[in-house]
Ligand binder design. Structure first.
Ligand code: GDP
Length: 457
């Protein structure tokens, strides 16, 4: 489950919300003396959703001069512990300078923020709601912790986070890591200190996968592994590349060397599939003489659908005569044949000579970084406002589609949720407009981007 931290200046109503979420089962998990004493933690619940709540309200008793500093440290710690922060302001007082201090902390910490204007019952709160919007932390929920108002809205905001977490947990569940020979021993000797970046090299037989991997590991290790590939499903080697630990998966190449030639042709796609499942970044290796064959397109599409970061590498560049013309043609073909991979890097290499491999390494690193990227909710909502102004969503049958709020619910690959009215009426073209905008404005090439719409009246 995820952890929600309730933060904000004293007296906005954090404890009231904490008590409401935790109910009678209030548990003081941490009663150790010292710095963490002020963070209360309990098991929170709204409807069927369960999560951990952290409250920084304990501090409100403190009245000494150091209040500001302690409050800041405490909030920072709560933010670090949490998956999502509920930042509470008081709708009766509006946004005060003290609130700005907390907003700043949240921005600096890149926190995933849900903004709540508490004590929001009645018309008097309307002005504060607008003020709160100006904090740039997204659209505020109007709530009354005391009277239980706004809990449904909060639930709607939290549910995608819970879902994303469950999904992530499933994706992160340890898979059987099938390995050859001495790599197993390496892994046993060095318990996963920094997890190697997992890449798969996929492509048609003879594209040069084995040659590429051999070039990277700089030896014939791949060819000479014991029982290479005969009984194993996925083969990997671990190797530092450009100073970065990587685990490289290859399949068909191994089988070939193991002389099960007849199997290669029919196995290469399902083999590729398996390698893709293991990978964080998929390198689609094309043969410059026959690029973008049906099989290449299928595996590239598969990698995208599996949510992997993709780098396209065109091999055997050493034998290409007219490099400039060819490159232009390759880029055009790429755009046309793999529109779903728009923006993914295309790198030319020679596995044989090693030329271009440093650029390939950098493209892989960058794709991996983007795949892991998190965009703050504040940024997203400022961006969304601009996008809506530039090109408002359609009004089918006179019904206006109102998009209220947007947040990134997960990474690897980046996934976003837009809270909107009438999600079912949103045309795909408008979703594409948003996805392409995200890709361009937040500089996210080479990674699939998922966009989900959630109904919010
Ligand atoms: P795999 O089936 O994808 O593993 O392909 P291999 O690595 O076995 O390579 C297939 C053939 O292409 C071999 O004859 C390689 O020598 C050749 N080859 C691989 N990379 C290059 C390259 O960069 N340039 C040239 N000219 N030939 C290459």
């Amino acid at each position: 489950t995820f952890t929600l931290a309730i933060v904000g200046r004293p007296n906005v109503g954090k404890s009231t919300l904490f008590n409401r979420l935790v109910g009678k089962k209030l548990a003081l998990v941490d009663d150790q003396p010292g710095v963490t004493r002020d963070l209360r933690e309990g098991e929170g619940r709204i409807a069927d959703l369960r999560f951990t709540v952290i409250d920084s309200a304990g501090l409100e008793e403190a009245t000494d001069d150091s209040l500001q500093g302690r409050m800041r440290r405490l909030t920072e710690r709560a933010v670090e512990m949490a998956d999502v922060c509920l930042f509470m302001i008081d709708a009766r007082t509006g946004v005060l300078p003290a609130d700005e201090v907390f907003a700043d902390i949240l921005r600096k910490k890149n926190a995933h923020v849900i903004l709540a204007a508490n004590k929001g019952e009645g018309k008097a709160a309307d002005a504060s709601i607008l003020e709160a919007y100006a904090l740039g932390l997204g659209e505020p929920i109007r709530m009354s912790a005391e009277h239980g108002e706004g809990m449904g809205e909060l639930l709607d905001m939290l549910r995608p986070i819970a879902e994303a977490q469950a999904e992530q947990a499933a994706a992160d569940a340890p898979e059987v890591d099938v390995d050859v020979g001495d790599d197993d021993e390496d892994a046993a000797r060095v318990p996963t200190k920094s997890k190697p970046l997992q890449i798969a090299v996929v492509g048609r037989p003879n594209a040069g996968k084995s040659t590429l991997i051999n070039q990277i590991i700089g030896e014939e290790r791949l060819l000479t592994g014991p029982e290479a590939g005969i009984t194993r499903d996925a083969i990997s080697v671990q190797q530092d590349w450009g100073g970065v630990p990587m685990r490289i998966f290859d399949t068909a190449g191994m089988r070939k060397k193991a002389k099960v030639q007849e199997k290669i042709e029919k196995l290469s796609v399902s083999d590729g599939l398996r390698a893709v499942k293991f990978a964080e970044v998929v390198v689609v290796l094309l043969d410059v003489e026959i690029p973008f064959e049906q099989q290449d397109l299928r595996i590239a599409d598969l990698a995208e659908r599996e949510g992997r970061a993709v780098v396209v590498a065109v091999n055997k560049w050493d034998i290409e005569g007219d490099k400039q013309v060819k490159l232009k043609k390759l880029r055009e073909d790429f755009e046309r044949l793999l529109p779903q991979l728009r923006g993914a890097p295309l790198v030319t290499v020679s596995a044989k000579t090693g030329k271009g491999l440093d650029r390939l390494q950098q493209a892989i690193m960058r794709a991996h970084e983007v795949w892991n990227r998190r965009v703050t909710t504040a940024h997203l909502n400022r961006w969304l406002t601009g996008m809506l102004e530039q090109h408002p969503p359609p009004a089918p049958g006179g019904k206006r589609i109102r998009m209220r709020y947007m947040t990134q619910v997960k990474t690897r690959p980046p996934a976003f949720v837009v809270m909107t009215s009438h999600p079912d009426m949103m045309p795909d073209s408008y979703k594409r407009y948003l996805v392409n905008g995200l890709r361009a404005d937040f500089d996210m090439p080479g990674t699939p981007i998922r966009l989900f719409l959630r109904d919010q009246g």
